[in-house]
Unconditional design. Structure first.
Length: 90
């Protein structure tokens, strides 16, 4: 049995706002860490901080630890990693 969700324009607007906030956070963390870690081989810091900044709070509250990763990597984390990697490289 398939369940179809009716998406209202207001919920779509909220989704777009959430994704814009995620991108702004991700870019902010990558740029901040790029300025902090000035060595030429400092690749891991900006990518990891960008991933954590752009994952959309999947690890909140912090008492959950890595429990969200027990069933596989969520889309938020995958997309944040790819976006921060590409933003740092390009």
């Amino acid at each position: 049995m398939y369940v179809f969700y009716v998406r209202t324009p207001g919920s779509k607007l909220c989704d777009v706002g959430f994704e814009l906030f995620r991108v702004a956070t991700l870019v902010g963390w990558v740029e901040e860490s790029r300025q902090t870690y000035t060595q030429p081989k400092s690749f891991i810091g900006p990518v990891i901080l960008g991933t954590l900044g752009g994952c959309g709070g999947v690890f909140m509250p912090l008492s959950k630890g890595l429990q969200p990763l027990s069933e596989g990597v969520p889309y938020n984390v995958e997309s944040a990693f790819l976006a921060s990697f590409l933003y740092y490289i390009l």
